[in-house]
Design a protein around this ligand. Structure first.
Ligand code: ASP
Length: 326
């Protein structure tokens, strides 16, 4: 054989072998346990939603999914780690409206691009925002709350999960509508932030509903309003922000699964199918709904739909937060 064609043949063979190997890997996937990075503390809404869905996904995939809570930087520390992880389907991240959208305008030097550095897998839940306060916070309803925090803007403390977290971004929006700049108290997640609220070490918080429902049920905190157009079936007694007097405050966050960019398409398809199956499971649905989450419609569950959501949410938060960015 002529030298050039011999080299070409060897190259082609190598390429074919490579492709074949990837296809075989994807076919066998998963052959070992998968790590799901949760970018906030255990017990918070991201952790809870991820655990509910991944417990079912693990059964479908036949391998365990290990949750690893990696905290810091309002969720960006973990997201940087996930962006740099091997793109073989064995490291995933439970990202959300903060890590994969609102962090972009809030961190000018963000070390990842939510669109370019990740392969979207599936949207898991919509998570309405609820305005919460410690049980003995003086305002009795949301109208009183708005007056009170304006009058005491130098003294009140808003708990959140770090710059770029959903709780921080949602309250930043609320504060900008109310034209106040209260002190923020940052935690590694709204799990610990909720403990501070229950203990009276912080005054109020704008949290994802999954974290709020159990505590409201126990009567350890109070809720003023849910920031969605409709009331939530898990908290039917809590008025909407429109009913309570602030229609401009509307935030429904979301939680989703992402893989590092370049994760083979068949692996993404397998993971997406497992997530979709979990969202169709009666027990999973019941648990998500009990906590006030919104289950994505079938058309919202594809990787493409998640990519479109990320794009539109980056645009949205860019226009909402850029003018006020710290
Ligand atoms: N969702 C986060 C948590 O699970 C906190 C946040 O984004 O506000 O703790």
């Amino acid at each position: 054989m002529h030298r050039v064609s011999r080299v070409l043949a060897a190259g082609t063979l190598a390429a074919l072998t490579g492709v074949g190997a990837i296809a075989a890997q994807a076919e066998d996937y998963p052959i070992r346990s998968i790590t799901m990075i949760v970018p906030f503390a255990a017990g918070g809404p991201t952790d809870v939603v991820a655990r509910i869905v991944t417990a079912h996904m693990a059964r479908t995939l036949g391998k365990s999914i290990i949750i690893e809570n990696v905290v810091g930087g309002g969720g960006t520390t973990a997201t940087i780690r996930a962006a740099r992880a091997a793109n073989d389907g064995y490291t995933l991240i439970a990202g959300h409206m903060g890590t994969h959208a609102a962090a972009v305008p809030l961190y000018p030097n963000l070390a990842y691009d939510p669109e370019k550095d990740f392969a979207p897998v599936a949207l898991l839940a919509g998570t309405p925002i609820v305005i919460l306060a410690r049980k003995d916070f003086p305002p009795r309803d949301f109208r009183e709350f708005m007056v009170y925090v304006k009058d005491h803007a130098d003294a009140v403390k808003a708990a959140h999960a770090g710059v770029g977290s959903v709780s921080q971004v949602a309250c930043q929006l609320l504060d900008s509508i109310l034209d106040i700049k209260p002190a923020g108290v940052a935690f590694n997640g709204t799990g610990p932030a909720m403990n501070a609220l229950v203990a009276g070490r912080a005054d109020y918080m704008c949290d994802q509903i999954a974290n709020a429902v159990p505590q409201i049920g126990l009567g350890t905190i109070k809720a003023y309003a849910v920031a969605t157009p409709e009331r939530n079936a898990a908290l039917p007694q809590i008025p909407t922000s429109s009913e309570a007097g602030l229609p401009a405050f509307q935030v429904q966050a979301w939680n989703a699964i992402f893989a590092p960019k370049g994760t083979p398409a068949p692996v993404i398809a397998r993971l997406n199918a497992a997530a979709v199956k979990a969202l169709d499971d009666e027990a999973v649905r019941r648990r998500l709904l009990e906590l006030g989450n919104v289950i994505p419609q079938p058309s919202e569950r594809t990787p493409e739909a998640l990519a479109a959501l990320v794009k539109s949410e980056i645009k949205r938060w860019n226009s909402v937060l850029k003018p006020a960015a710290h």
